[in-house]
Write a protein that binds this ligand. Structure first.
Ligand code: B16
Ligand code: MG
Length: 217
């Protein structure tokens, strides 16, 4: 099958958003402020340093470059402590099944994530072996909505961009996939993911047959 699938990690395959939220909240609280659930939504798919900059702005706080590096490391140490205890129970609905079914038809599978912690998360949740290529925050210089992460993933898979289907829960990720000329399946709410060819609530809502039809239309 001439189909290659590129999966975002947080919010598509695994439920790590709650841990990012807890760790950022703890950091903001330690600096004497808080942020809302709606603000937290804006952090999805956004890199660690950009997330920190947004949070500091919400708190009306300015920090030097060195202080920002230290704060980002502190947040990450709390986050890593949390994800180190993750289990396969934290896979989102349909993740395992779609990966198994794609493997069964010989489709190529890549990860395209902004996270620098993807290796640990994949290991803890037992997903590592499904991936023919892994591109995450350690490999890219420009973050989503720049298409770099998905373009690199396609290159590693030996697939042309138009043969790739990207699964994304963040608007920046949907925009990145469109910029790469790929098909996008949004995971979440339609109103949050304009531009996606199809939006599903979670991966249990799509079959391989539907996926092939989407790509061939
Ligand atoms: P880390 P994704 C993104 O992962 C998350 O959605 C975002 O909340 C996080 O800030 C970013 O990874 C960086 O993560 O701090 O672990 O490097 O959705 O692109 O898989
Ligand atoms: Mg995501």
């Amino acid at each position: 099958q001439h189909i290659a699938c590129i999966f975002d990690l947080d919010g598509v395959l695994v439920d790590t958003a709650v841990y990012h939220y807890q760790a950022w909240k703890q950091l903001a609280n330690s600096l004497g402020f808080d942020f809302t659930y709606a603000q937290n939504e804006q952090l999805k798919g956004v890199s660690r340093m950009r997330s920190l900059d947004m949070i500091l702005k919400w708190g009306g706080i300015e920090k030097s470059e060195a202080e920002r590096e230290a704060l980002a490391s502190l947040k990450n140490s709390w986050y890593v402590a949390m994800i180190s205890k993750m289990t396969t129970d934290e896979l989102l609905p349909g993740s395992l099944k779609i990966l198994e079914n794609l493997k069964a038809i010989g489709a190529k599978i890549a990860l395209g994530s902004a996270s620098k912690n993807s290796a640990l998360i994949l290991k803890r949740t037992g997903l590592t072996h499904f991936f023919d290529a892994i591109v995450d925050g350690n490999e890219v210089t420009t973050s989503k909505p720049d298409p770099e992460v998905f373009v690199k993933a396609a290159e590693l898979l030996g697939a042309t961009n138009k043969d790739c289907v990207v699964f994304e829960d963040a608007l920046a990720g949907v925009q990145a996939a469109i910029a790469a000329g790929m098909y996008v399946v949004g995971v979440g709410e339609t109103e949050n993911l304009p531009g996606a060819q199809l939006v599903i609530k979670d991966l249990s809502e799509i079959t391989i047959a539907e996926l092939l039809a989407l790509k061939n239309q």
